[in-house]
Design a protein around this ligand. Structure first.
Ligand SMILES: Cc1ncc(COP(=O)(O)OP(=O)(O)O)c(N)n1
Ligand SMILES: Cc1nc(C(=O)O)sc1CCOP(=O)(O)O
Ligand SMILES: [Mg+2]
Length: 544
């Protein structure tokens, strides 16, 4: 007789189809934070979480009672075994107990080969239930900062990491600069503890630009583990192939929605108490985080603003930086909370974007409700002439004519509307456009840009590019119809236009997203019979 029935069966490795993220950090026995919170967040966002434990902590929601660290060799073993069969698309690091663990992780991360996973470090130094979790020396912190892609301190952690006090916007920026000076590639500072600010303002800083994410202050209390949740959610959206700006916007919205779902309801059956060290005395009621997956409510999304640093494009020929002036224009447009005039007719249908007045002459007899003159070449006088003739053609029709780029000429001639892209926003005078009573359409390419543009209250928001296009070099990736549907929902109350690579075969999927208008260039201008093409597109979309 053999003992074969007692031997361990060799299992096939699981076929994991979800993207994988490794969470490296401490186990919080209360389940409020740490790698438990990371794993819950990732499962909620359709990511498989592997967990590498740095320490076991004995915690209630109010107290950190004890911690026991893993040896560096045990941590190394966890890394090795996982690297063999479940390599990560991203790594999220939380509490690291000591220098030995940190140096091991730095060495391991530095040896990763291409395609290197995205690495985010949430520098958890203390537990929100009170107590120190991490004891790292200065040189090891610097090594970590240069190794990871993004570090996400809160204000207190930023102050500790930089040995600076952070108590206003100026000292916040000084501390961020210090962290970057130490080698951090990019920084996202959570502003929840910034007592001096009226809203909760998170700041993202990388070499080329900064982004600011504003949410109203939550008066209903605090929730544990939101730092872990945010960093895990950022990693999740990165592995779902969102650009970093969109991943940050979505993660911010996700945490806001969980907070709202949890604190915005009163449920006396929730059994335990939560405290951060700041709320201990009040002993507030307790909440378990309630997560709903992909953020669904427009109200959960932060208001976003961009600030590009002194790039070449922001300097004029004399080398003078134009950024502050231009930024002021956008901010002034924001400050008044004023709206650009509404469209006359929001049932836009097919929106031809054409490069000459001849095309407009050819197309307006179709009954087109919106058309754009997009002239990229020619003298100022020639373009003025084109705009004038186009305006005359549509004068007694219900066709809404938008002028691309040339906002000064559009104002001078009293055109119906202007279309601007993100780059154009750096130089256009939005106040002048609005004061002149012109409608404004603005191009966007993702969640961050939409949230930036929504605050300007434009007449419509263009969403691109949905499919690959040969008409224009695009710096971003095609969005696809699934994302388009999410953008349309986020733009609630503002008319939307889809653009980029849309043709007859893709038309019905695009129309199903509920977008108000569908902009096309080549599907009409490269068609053998443009008028028939227009009609077929309109019919396919259900606009005819
Ligand atoms: C409807 C619509 N959507 C997007 C654009 C693109 O505008 P922009 O990014 O400024 O690029 P250019 O068209 O100027 O090359 C558009 N024109 N129309
Ligand atoms: C001009 C333009 N703007 C885009 C954006 O995404 O902002 S895509 C685009 C080109 C659209 O041409 P076609 O219909 O031939 O693909
Ligand atoms: Mg433009």
């Amino acid at each position: 007789m053999t003992n074969s029935h007692l031997t361990t069966p060799v299992l096939e490795p699981p076929s994991i189809r979800l993207p994988v993220i490794w969470c490296i950090g401490g186990v919080d026995s209360s389940g409020g934070a740490g790698i438990t919170r990371d794993a819950i967040t990732l499962a909620n966002l359709n990511v498989h979480a592997c967990v590498l434990t740095t320490q076991l902590t004995v915690q209630s929601n109010q107290h950190l009672l004890s911690t026991e660290s893993m040896s560096a060799s045990a941590l190394n073993q966890q890394w090795q075994v996982l690297y063999e069969d479940t390599p990560p698309r991203a790594i999220k690091i939380g509490a690291i107990a000591n220098d030995e663990q940190a140096l091991l992780l730095c060495a391991r991360m530095q040896s990763l080969v291409s395609p290197r996973p995205f690495v985010i470090w949430d520098p958890v130094l203390c537990s929100s239930s009170g107590g120190i979790l991490s004891d790292l020396s200065e040189s090891v912190i610097d090594e970590l900062l240069t190794t990871v892609d993004l570090v996400t301190p809160n204000i207190d952690e930023l102050a500790k990491l930089t040995h600076l006090s952070v108590n206003d916007d100026k000292s916040l920026q000084t501390a961020i600069n210090r962290l970057v000076g130490k080698g951090a590639k990019s920084v996202y500072v959570k502003g929840g503890h910034a007592q001096w600010q009226e809203a909760v303002c998170d700041t993202y800083f990388c070499s080329s630009h900064s982004l600011y994410f504003r949410q109203p202050k939550n008066s209903k209390g605090d929730l544990r583990g939101t730092g872990c949740m945010l960093a895990s959610a950022i990693a999740a959206f990165v592995v779902h192939d969102y650009c970093i700006e969109d991943a940050l916007t979505l993660a911010n919205a996700y945490v806001s929605e969980v907070r709202h779902n949890t604190l915005g309801v009163s449920d006396n059956n929730l059994p335990i108490t939560t405290t951060s060290s700041r709320h201990k005395a009040a002993s507030p009621p307790a909440y378990f985080a309630r997560a709903n997956g992909f953020p669904a409510q427009a109200a959960s999304f932060p208001q976003v603003s961009f600030h590009c640093r002194n790039t070449v494009s922001n300097r004029n020929a004399a080398g003078v930086d134009k950024t502050p002036h231009n930024k002021k224009r956008v901010e002034t447009a924001l400050a008044g909370n004023a709206f650009f005039p509404a469209l006359t007719n929001t049932k836009l249908g097919i929106y031809p974007v054409v490069d000459s007045v001849e095309w407009i002459a050819r197309l307006w007899p179709t009954g087109v409700k919106i058309i754009q003159l997009r002239v990229k070449e020619g003298s100022q006088d020639a373009i003025r002439q084109q705009i004038k003739e186009a305006m005359e053609l549509v004068e007694h029709t219900d066709c809404q004519l938008f002028i691309n780029d040339h906002w000064e000429l559009a104002i001078e001639l009293g055109a119906y509307g202007v279309h601007l892209g993100q780059e154009d926003l750096h130089t256009a005078d939005l106040n002048a456009i609005r004061s002149a009573g012109l409608r404004l359409g603005i191009s966007t390419h993702g969640f961050a840009e939409i949230q930036c543009v929504r605050a300007l209250n434009p007449s419509y928001i263009a969403l691109g590019h949905i499919f690959p296009t040969n008409t224009k070099d695009m710096p971003s990736k095609p969005q696809g119809v699934e994302r388009l549907a999410k953008y349309v929902k986020l733009c609630e109350g503002v008319p939307t236009v889809a653009i980029g690579g849309i043709n007859l075969s893709r038309m019905s999927d695009v129309a199903k997203t509920g977008v108000n208008g569908i902009a096309v260039v080549s599907a009409i201008t490269h068609a053998e019979h443009p008028l028939q093409a227009y009609k077929a597109l309109a019919q396919e979309a259900g606009f005819a």
